[in-house]
Write a protein that binds this ligand. Sequence first.
Ligand SMILES: Cc1cc2nc3c(=O)[nH]c(=O)nc-3n(C[C@H](O)[C@H](O)[C@H](O)COP(=O)(O)O)c2cc1C
Length: 171
Amino acid sequence: MVAKASIKVDTTTCQGAQNHIMSILSTLVYHSQAAEPFSEVELLYLLAAARARNRAEGLTGLLVYDEGHFFQWIEGPPLSLQRVWHAIQKDSRHQNIRVITDSEIPIRLFSQWHMQFAHRGGAAALHIDGLVEASPDVLEALRQNPNRAPEILAEFSSLGAGPFARSLELR
Ligand SMILES: Cc1cc2nc3c(=O)[nH]c(=O)nc-3n(C[C@H](O)[C@H](O)[C@H](O)COP(=O)(O)O)c2cc1C
């Protein structure tokens, strides 16, 4: 006689665990330097491609560019983030990439944008959807203290974007 083992699966717990895994959000903040200074048109191309892929991957965030420096906050499901992060690291348009923070987060800060963009402004920049104009003080603070990028970038999330966006001032 063959003994039958009966395994009772607690579906409530499995479902709960699965929902938890699906809802985990990661964020990554890094600083990098452009290999060559970006023109506004090049920034537009980068942003359009990044947004299209981020939309497909369910990623949101903020990209700051100023005088050859990039700061980026990316957030979303860990596997999607890993895939895109892999591509970003291999991108020869920037170098000296340094991760400042890489952690789990409870909620998205930039849920409205597949990549919001903060910039000093300029003619072409005025036409960029999702633009926040950044004040020179804030950009200077970022460059002087890259380690403060997570807290400074997080503040941008409260500003909105587009023609009615307020600009971020240092407090
Ligand atoms: C500063 C910087 C930020 C970028 N941010 C993103 C991004 O948020 N999402 C994205 O998909 N690609 C981003 N890219 C572009 C990627 O590096 C890459 O070109 C793109 O994902 C296509 O990758 P693939 O050719 O491997 O498909 C960024 C590139 C740079 C230089």
